[in-house]
Design a protein. Sequence first.
Length: 248
Amino acid sequence: MLEFVKEIPSTNAALVARAGGGDCFLEGHWLIADRQSAGRGRAGRAWSDGFGNFMGSTAVQLAPHEAAPQTLALVAGLALWDAVAACAPGLPDLYLKWPNDLLVRQAKLAGILLERVGNTVVVGIGVNLAVAPPVSGRETVSLAALGHGTDRDAFAAHLATHWAARLEAWHAGQWPALRRAWEERAVPRGTLVSVNDKDHGPIMGGFAGIDADGVAQLRLADGRLLAIHAGDVDLVGEPGSSAARGEA
């Protein structure tokens, strides 16, 4: 079910409030807004409004013995990649970046925000379909600017379909296959990234994929592998380029 509203402070905040109030969500229900007045991204960042863009949230009900809940951000990324690829076939340089961004080359096209209330995880997604609102310190891009004008409601239908398929696989215990699919669509291994890690401070290394719990792995210059559980990951150079891999 796709529920559309004209304007709301935040689709995520609305579903979090409903979950906190005891509402039981049917998976597959989406709350989608034409405008958001108080949209949010990771780490409390503002997610600027852009009319014609996709701004929506859905919810997942957790059950015992499933994959780690944080892997849902990566499952959402897969569904997002699928939906964009369906609406913009042949779009080059479309990459997932851990943990929650979809890029075209280095520019942010879309983002994901997870929030948990009890056994409910609210999944919020914002996609620059028509315009690319500025994000401090980051390049942004829209599908329209790339020559792929996309109707918001048509995109919503694509996303809901792909999300349902990926989520069904996740519930069915297929996280290992989903993990491989995510890595196939992610920035290439070896791409040089910088991380402002809460435990280690600013560090730099080559992206080395994700582990079984969806935790990012960073290959340091001395060969050590460092697990990044939280923090912002930024690309240094374009994904897959020799400069990005730290090569001469």
